[in-house]
Design a protein around this ligand. Structure first.
Ligand SMILES: [Cu+2]
Length: 169
């Protein structure tokens, strides 16, 4: 929806991710949670606390945040993917003169024994072409591909509008 290097006004960002009241849709996303929601480990890299925000009806972009805990050597997050969206991209947000800019990241470095946080206002995963709106309480899988550690799959928990793992926002 947004081209690479897009510039979006803070208002747009707010309305997409927080502001609009979500209309309760019937028959919400049903994800079979066969995988436990706790962190999944692979060769030293662990991904935990993955979360996302509910999306308003008609909006086909979404976002995801998580914490990468690397107990091994230097690594890099190269790609992400999820069955809920046509594309998933690595982005970074910066506030520049009151304008929220989101830029695509080619990869995210994960240093040796480092913790890298994807969080609001910083690095995030952006979903383009969501198959359907995300609702609070949903869970969906996200696969992160690392240069050395390979694929790490985690489950993302969707929070309602104005909610986050840290309480209301
Ligand atoms: Cu973005």
């Amino acid at each position: 929806m947004f081209p690479a290097g897009h510039v979006v006004s803070p208002t747009t960002v707010r309305s997409v991710f927080q502001g609009l009241k979500s209309i309760v849709a019937t028959g919400g996303l049903v994800v079979c949670v066969a995988t436990p929601a706790h962190a999944d480990a692979a060769n030293g890299v662990t991904v935990r606390d993955a979360w996302s925000r509910a999306t308003p009806p008609g909006i086909t972009i979404g976002v995801a945040y998580f914490v990468i805990d690397n107990r091994g050597p230097d690594d890099r997050l190269l790609r992400v993917s999820s069955p809920i969206a046509e594309h998933a991209e690595l982005h970074v947000s910066t506030l520049d003169d009151g304008v929220m800019k989101m830029l695509p990241l080619e990869a995210a470095d994960v240093g040796r024994r480092a913790i890298v946080k994807f969080e609001p206002g910083g690095k995030h995963v952006m979903f383009l072409g969501l198959q359907r709106p995300l609702k609070g309480g949903d869970r969906f899988p996200l696969t992160l591909s690392f240069e050395k550690s390979g694929s790490v799959r985690t489950m993302v928990r969707v929070f309602g509008v104005g909610q986050s793992p840290h309480g209301a926002r």
